[in-house]
Design a protein around this ligand. Sequence first.
Ligand SMILES: *[C@@H]1O[C@H](CO)[C@@H](O)[C@H](O)[C@H]1NC(C)=O
Ligand SMILES: *[C@@H]1O[C@H](CO)[C@@H](O)[C@H](O)[C@H]1NC(C)=O
Ligand SMILES: *[C@@H]1O[C@H](CO)[C@@H](O)[C@H](O)[C@H]1NC(C)=O
Ligand SMILES: *[C@@H]1O[C@H](CO)[C@@H](O)[C@H](O)[C@H]1NC(C)=O
Length: 655
Amino acid sequence: MGSLSCLSRCLSWKRIMAVFFLPLALSGLIPHIQYGEYMLSKTGRPQSRYNWSHLTPLKLKNRSVGLGIANTGGKAAHFTLEGHKFLIFGGSIHYFRVPREYWRDRLLKLKACGFNTLTTYIPWNLHEPERGKFDFSGNLDLEAFVLMAAEIGLWVILRPGPYICSEIDLGGLPSWLLQNPNLQLRTTNKDFVRAVDTYFNHLIPRMVPLQYHQGGPVIAVQVENEYGSFNKDKSYMAYLKEALLERGIVELLLTSDSEDKVVNGSIQGELAAVNLRFLRKNSFLQLRQLQSNKPILIMEYWIGWFDRWGYRHSVTHVKEVEHTVSAFIKYELSFNAYMFHGGTNFGFMNGASYIQKHVGVVTSYDYDAVLTEAGDYTEKYFKLRHLFGSVSAKPLPSSPHLTPKTVYPAVRPSLYLPLWDALQYLDEAVKSVIPINMENLPINNGSGQSFGFILYETSICSGGILYAEAHDVAQVFVNNIIIGFLSDKVQKMRIPKFKGCQLLRILVENQGRISYSWRIQEEKKGLVGSVSINGISLKNFTIYPLEMKKSFFERLRFATWKPGPESYLGPAFYKGILKAGSSPVDTFLSLPGWNCGFVFVNGHNLGRYWKIGPQESLYLPGVWLHPEDNEIILFEKIRRGLSIRSRGKPKLKLF
Ligand SMILES: *[C@@H]1O[C@H](CO)[C@@H](O)[C@H](O)[C@H]1NC(C)=O
Ligand SMILES: *[C@@H]1O[C@H](CO)[C@@H](O)[C@H](O)[C@H]1NC(C)=O
Ligand SMILES: *[C@@H]1O[C@H](CO)[C@@H](O)[C@H](O)[C@H]1NC(C)=O
Ligand SMILES: *[C@@H]1O[C@H](CO)[C@@H](O)[C@H](O)[C@H]1NC(C)=O
């Protein structure tokens, strides 16, 4: 999901629907569309059924033509796979948002629901966390994920970006790209192209052997993502196409954009696909003007929606989904459900929107999708399975068993460590005359800091009006005493008088970078620009990059943790033991009385919590728990809560 769609996401969908959209599903008519070839009997039941049992990656041995477009001589165009008429029933699952141990379960559920194709984005920022340092291991093992899909009988469409939106930090672009003031994202600017080329030199050779023509399941590759709404450089899409071709991509290429941006986001000669939530009168207008002889592919059918901190939980009703998907099937439209299974923005991978101010995307990427965040069936799953089942010649495979959930005893953290006492366990602190934003810190082999928190310290000898531009939110302390908050919207505050010289501390939280629009170019985090009191710039900072990586938590083991007080004000770590019994299963953690922070369990950052909701619990996958005792560390920014509770179901705040 990308840029323009991201823009429209800032508006209320319900309002848009009421005012502009013709909810065709209700009328049963799609004006201007003559794509229905499908024979319906008088009872409305299909006479013919799809038999694609031989069209699966393991059964189809003859790999001569791949995904093609039938030349129908004036009749409705359709896809073919190895010459056989084929519809893409796709569903999105992002390997990087699902624990690897659960990939198979989620893919089996996709197949059992009746889908024939898996689609996934590929996040550059996670695969190249530092410039020139690549990671395709563990939960980022793209090839293992794609091969598993093939084994389960699913075709695959890859969406390698390099920009993906996806409600992920900076739309999937690595934050170190922002260091270079001359680099222009999503253009043919030479510095950007150089970075993309290096990444593609590592990524594309991994994709090449997974292609259809080499015996793999990849039948198509998407070029960039919703470029039509960004549209800053006319040569950019052509450059990316070439970048894929010259590295050996031979399968069908496509572009994907919202209904009114389809033309500007397309590449001449390549298939344009459309993203939408409702079928309406003009849904395919641009598409038909561009390519009346090609089949329709709805690359993102928004079957649900994501949540943001402080905003109401999004729900897309199952009736609406049923109507829309029935129409897709009736008119033989190929489509991809975004998301089939959203998963979780573990760690700090979430992106953000801009709605008069910076607003972070929540940790859960449940998306009100076909499966829940924790991989459980929803009503949408059963309705879709029924619809797909009714047009399938063969019975669908049976649905896998439920993944068990349980409630563990509450955890009362017995130990705590104020942030100030934890600083000595950091890898490094940076001394600098002026404050430096995260991305430009001289750490991580010159790639700066991508995620987490950052603390700035300097000595001040007078009070007055403090001015600082903090992204996204900051707590301001004199020594250990909190005196106020700053944010992207609040850049000034009064520092009361005090005696002598004292330590000014500004703790800034990066709450996730905006994932769409031209604003991505400006998404620097931490303190940006100078910091002053009464107009006089402050100097000589000690800067602590609080990336909150696993290695840091390993070193914290040697810290002198103190027995926990009943209450504590200020940023601190809290430690407790979750007793998971002999065979741990999934659970959800709720955090009564806690304010804002994140939870770390056995080397895994479960992501942020924030009492403003709508998300009020964190998904803890059972596969990340050890039998019996598990250490939980919680970082809380503001004030100690009571206990960490375990629940069998997620908890949502109702606005
Ligand atoms: C493979 O497919 C091509 C194109 O459809 C066809 O010409 C050829 O005969 C097929 N080969 C086999 C072994 O079926
Ligand atoms: C397409 O791009 C052109 C040129 O950049 C612009 O003038 C036009 O408004 C764009 N169309 C849409 C629908 O965004
Ligand atoms: C589906 O097609 C395969 C291969 O053409 C055939 O062997 C099988 O009998 C068909 N199944 C049904 C239920 O029509
Ligand atoms: C910053 O540190 C330098 C070197 O230690 C010192 O000479 C200078 O006076 C300091 N500046 C301020 C404003 O404290």
